[in-house]
Write a protein that binds this ligand. Sequence first.
Ligand code: HEC
Length: 120
Amino acid sequence: MSLRASVLGALLGAVIAFGTACPDGPTDPTDTDPDSGTDTASDPDGQDLYESHCQGCHGAGGGGTGSGPALAGHLAGKTEQDIRSIVRNGEEQMPPFTADQITDSELDALATYVINQWGS
Ligand code: HEC
């Protein structure tokens, strides 16, 4: 096989692999939250926001990781306003999140989710 033919073959293979890797588009069959996937800027989903911005450090289910403390069982006395200010300002090892990363309405949904899950 010439070099050109093998390069074309590799490219074709890549295109086919790419096309079949994601047959159903953005629908995630493991996502049981009926809100997910239909969210708009005016209807932010606190759980989605937690999973994309916070879970990497605070863990699935708020259980904590090596990069961040558990939230579950540690938010006694905290209010949604406290959560909003921790997220906007950061705290020690936790980086702040700007309005470019999490908008004000997203932050409201996120704070509500966090307090509903782990507040007292
Ligand atoms: C890079 C890792 C990291 C990310 C991402 C992160 N946090 Fe944190 N978070 C931390 C660390 C570390 C602390 C402990 C800060 C300290 O030393 O006081 C913390 C503290 C907190 C606290 C205070 C807990 C307490 O016991 O007082 C809250 C609430 C919190 N984070 C919520 C969030 C939320 C909500 C998000 C997502 C927007 C988030 N964090 C994203 C690392 C992170």
